[in-house]
Design a protein around this ligand. Sequence first.
Ligand SMILES: *[C@@H]1O[C@H](CO)[C@@H](O)[C@H](O)[C@H]1NC(C)=O
Length: 381
Amino acid sequence: MHAHKLLTSAVVASFAACVLASPAPEPAITEAPSLAKRATTCTFSGSTGASKASVSQQSCSTIVLSDVAVPSGTTLDLSKLKDDTTVIFQGQTTWGYKEWSGPLLRISGNGITIKGDTGASLDGQGARWWDGEGSNGGKTKPKFFYAHDLTSSTITDLYIYNTPVQAVSINGCDGLTITDMTINNEAGDSAGGHNTDGFDIGSSNNVVITGANVYNQDDCVAVNSGTSITFSGGVCSGGHGLSIGSVGGRSDNTVDTVTFKDSKVKDSTNGIRIKARKDETGSITGVTYSGITLQNITKYGVLIEQNYDGGDLKGDPTSGIPITDLTVKDISGTSAVSSSGYNYAIVCGSGACSDWTWSNVKVSGGKTYGSCQNVPSVASC
Ligand SMILES: *[C@@H]1O[C@H](CO)[C@@H](O)[C@H](O)[C@H]1NC(C)=O
């Protein structure tokens, strides 16, 4: 077999260890026999690959998904992996068409290593569902990837194309590092992609996302709840920017210590956005935006609101979700906002925005928003 040649060094090392431990070295097993030992590499492909991988997830230490074609209406389900399993995507992973809610892919476990091999892609072929309505109507569209309940795990070099609707949902994770992921829904700009959020993060701790490229038609990142979450070295294009929230009205409404840094937001509706829902409770504390470059922003360069109501800036703000200990610094957005847009819009409830740090924030090109309220004195609006 040639399959192991494509594997990365870590896998080769574990494969080699397996080989060394065996009296008679054997090539990688391509499909898990029922008696397979745990320390083995299993390769699955084609239209039966997804179901066979699901069945074998307890018996393979490395699962290689090679040109898997997942049947319509089913999930490529690796949610019962044993600790320390490696999952490698090779070639093109595709899914059949069905109107359903998904997800198309689900991976959970502890100590899981997930990688995309060179040239591999996960292709949602979302155009089959796109109708300009996203999750608000029209066809029922499957969510793409549930990265749920991953602890002490990594996802590296995954290339995702054209998700039907939301791309990556991170929930219930603790200790998840995502490196160099691309979510490329650029085709949806002209073909009716909508609500194609890049990363939706909830109820998770210690999540680090570095070097992501997101081309989409909704939030690049939306942190709805969680603690110690960092997004850095990313590029967001075509969407709604780097968002906290909307916070409020869910089971978990606490956002604590979230950092967006050294990233670029271009060709997007908003640059930076913090959305606290009106008439709800929760808290948003310790959020930092630092080293963010904005370019070609159509509506709001910086939008911070406590009157989000499904739409931005709706009516009187409320104070049930305070925004405290916020840092906004080194934001370069000179001439970045369209002349019909606003550089800053900050609408806080009475006493609900405090302990802010604001330095070297240069956003221009747009108008002054006339209805800023309760803005901390350090900030511009
Ligand atoms: C600005 O961004 C919009 C999308 O919001 C895009 O349609 C347009 O082509 C971009 N303009 C330039 C000059 O890149």
